[in-house]
Design a binder for this molecule. Structure first.
Ligand SMILES: Cc1ncc(COP(=O)(O)O)c(C=O)c1O
Length: 330
């Protein structure tokens, strides 16, 4: 018997649990981007998912399971830079559960407005991992609400795995998938699902500069400082420096150890390419995946013919597009 804490059956169960509340997102293609990349790219359009990001998958699975396990639940609470917060608020709204979200000061207004529009209460904290965790824990204690972590939660990881279930269902012979990575929930879910369904397909993390995930994967150890810090990156949804404790062993087991590290300018290049050639509004995290698939994957897997790219989110503040606003500090 395998000891993996998230199995394919958990991902399949998640898909059934969440199906009526979420979209099966389309897989987009672009001839002109394929020509640039020198291979066929398949873009899983999670920016068109409910709430504007893939995060709705993991959040719905975890919140719906909370209600299944605890019918008298007092509700849920989470901390997030925005997309997971919106997703948990949406999931709670689907069931009529009370919800509080702790967001760091400085979170884009478009994300805060969206969280409130799903009926959740906002609590602001300082933009440090420690402040987020502490504030969330005290709300949980005061209200009796269950904490739904953005990535370090097996139910969330199983929910994110449904991206790969759908992508491989549509394009079964993918050679590789690139996954923008912050806390590692999406990477863990996509990696375990892909390995079980299409073991030849390699899954690669794409990270902002400063994360150094490859070093940790090679050492099979979380080498980040404790407490970890936030990265200074244009991708406001990929600021966690460290991958979570629960996600990390899954990633070590199922993800390729080669990691693609991208700069702000490269993420912006990926974003612009997608706006211009595909007419899709995506955020910088998605741009990171596009850049890696177009420009970097050939260095590692030159023979890859078909590559999956997760357009993980589209929640971008149109008044603050990164090529309009100068990049200073985030
Ligand atoms: C749009 C987007 N892409 C990528 C990520 C990274 O996901 P994970 O934290 O599961 O690694 C996030 C996380 O918030 C996100 O919102």
């Amino acid at each position: 018997m395998s000891s993996t804490p998230v199995e394919l059956r958990d991902v399949r169960a998640a898909a059934l649990r969440i199906q009526h509340f979420l979209h099966t997102t389309p897989v987009l293609t672009s001839h002109s981007v394929d020509v640039l990349a020198g291979r066929q790219l398949f873009f899983k359009a999670e920016h068109l998912q409910k709430t504007g990001s893939f995060k709705a998958r993991g959040a719905c699975n975890a919140v719906f399971l909370e209600k299944e396990r605890n019918p008298d639940s007092a509700g849920v609470v989470t901390h997030s830079s925005g997309n997971h917060a919106q997703a948990v608020a949406y999931a709670a709204m689907c069931l009529g559960l009370p919800c509080t979200v702790v967001v760091p000061k400085g979170t884009p207004k478009v994300k805060c407005d969206a969280i409130c529009s799903y009926g959740a209460e906002l609590v602001f904290c300082n933009p440090t991992p420690v402040s987020r965790v502490k504030t969330c824990a005290s709300v949980a204690e005061e209200t009796g609400r269950t904490i739904i972590h953005s990535s370090d939660n097996y139910d969330v990881i199983a929910g994110q795995g449904t991206i790969a279930l759908e992508l491989l269902n549509e394009v079964p012979d993918l050679d590789a998938i690139v996954v923008p990575t912050s806390g590692g929930g999406m990477l863990a879910g996509v990696s375990v699902t892909t390995q079980k369904i299409q073991p030849k397909c390699q899954v690669y993390a794409v990270e902002p500069v400063g994360k150094n995930l490859q070093r940790c994967l090679e050492a099979k150890q979380r080498l980040w400082s404790d407490p970890p810090t936030f990265l200074n990156t244009v991708a406001d949804s990929m600021r966690l420096q460290a991958v979570g404790h629960l996600a990390f062993p899954i990633i070590c087991e199922y993800t390729n150890t080669r990691v693609f590290t991208v700069t702000d300018d490269q993420m912006i290049e990926g974003m612009k390419l997608t706006f211009e050639r595909m007419k899709q509004v995506i955020e910088a995290a998605s741009g990171a995946g596009v850049y890696a698939a177009v420009k970097l994957i050939g260095e590692v897997q030159p023979k890859a013919r078909k590559v999956g790219v997760i357009l993980c989110g589209g929640n971008v503040d149109l008044d603050k597009l990164p090529w309009v606003m100068p990049i200073t500090s985030y």
